[in-house]
Design a protein around this ligand. Structure first.
Ligand code: ADP
Length: 256
């Protein structure tokens, strides 16, 4: 969180991009975008563009990393070199390792990992364009990709952040709000049970502000959950409509 040296909310209470305090950036999700992954999804969230690809469950290598009692969920978060205005040095860094770890732990909560001992479930989260809130968008799209892969889960995780800018609690911080705001609280929610599987906090909030932020973020997660389910519905309905059935050759079939 940076120090405040620019106005983030105008006299009418509108934010830099014209949003209200409780408004999400536009979100669209598409499921099943990659042919060779077992499951995949793509999310456009504000100016974030993120792809998730799922492989597995498959045998874990190296073998010493296997868990005889369950599958190991390995989420890898990667930001492309061209995903930010200044080229990002390619490869893992402390931040991406941290995000991969917290997203793996969150997803481990919803996947029935006990069904696949000695296996790995690999979730690749590739950030193609980044503009604040990528861990939330990444977790949201990864959940859709896991569903698309048909991996047994108790539910999906919907994720978003709330925070504080210009002394006011707002939903879903954009890039400038993230840079010049006072707090950012990303959460991951299991909508069916309202359980939290991710909770982080950058900056400071009073107890009351924290309560407000949680309420905003949890409500928004329920809206995001609808978009996740719509993406899956869309994927499977269009698939059936577009499916081309091969004609059965009639020649050579004997009647009788
Ligand atoms: P999140 O993307 O989950 O909000 P951060 O708060 O760590 O995670 O990052 C906020 C934003 O800062 C990112 O979405 C991205 O736009 C930008 N950012 C992060 N890492 C880098 C980097 N190495 N170079 C340039 N911009 C970055």
């Amino acid at each position: 969180m940076g120090s405040k040296d620019m106005d983030l909310i105008d006299e009418d209470g509108k934010r830099l991009d014209g949003r209200e305090y409780d408004e999400l950036r536009p979100i669209s999700i598409e499921a099943g975008v990659l042919k060779r992954a077992d499951g995949s999804a793509f999310i456009n969230w504000g100016k974030n563009k993120i792809m998730a690809a799922v492989y597995g469950p498959r045998e874990m290598h190296p073998r010493h990393a296997q868990d005889p009692s369950k599958a190991v969920v390995q989420a890898r978060y990667n930001m492309a070199a061209f995903s930010v205005p200044d080229r990002k040095r390619p490869g893992p860094d402390r931040r991406s390792v941290e995000i991969g770890k917290i997203l793996s732990e969150a997803l481990d909560e919803i996947i029935f990992v006990e069904q696949y001992p000695r296996s790995t479930i690999d979730v690749f989260i590739e950030v193609l364009e980044a503009s604040a809130g990528t861990r939330c968008a990444g977790l949201t799209v990864a959940s859709v990709a896991l569903s698309d892969a048909g991996i047994p889960m108790s539910d999906m995780i919907a994720s978003c952040a709330a925070g504080k800018i210009d002394g006011q609690v707002v939903l879903d911080l954009g890039k400038n709000e993230d840079n010049y705001g006072q707090a950012d609280v990303p959460i991951g929610l299991v909508p069916r049970t309202d359980e939290l599987t991710l909770l982080q906090m950058d900056g400071d909030l009073t107890e009351e502000e924290y309560e407000q932020a949680m309420e905003l973020a949890m409500d928004a997660c329920h809206d995001i959950y609808k978009k996740q389910k719509d993406a899956l519905r869309e994927r499977y309905s269009t698939d059936l409509e577009e499916q081309e059935f091969e004609e059965i050759p009639q020649e050579g079939i004997e009647e009788g």
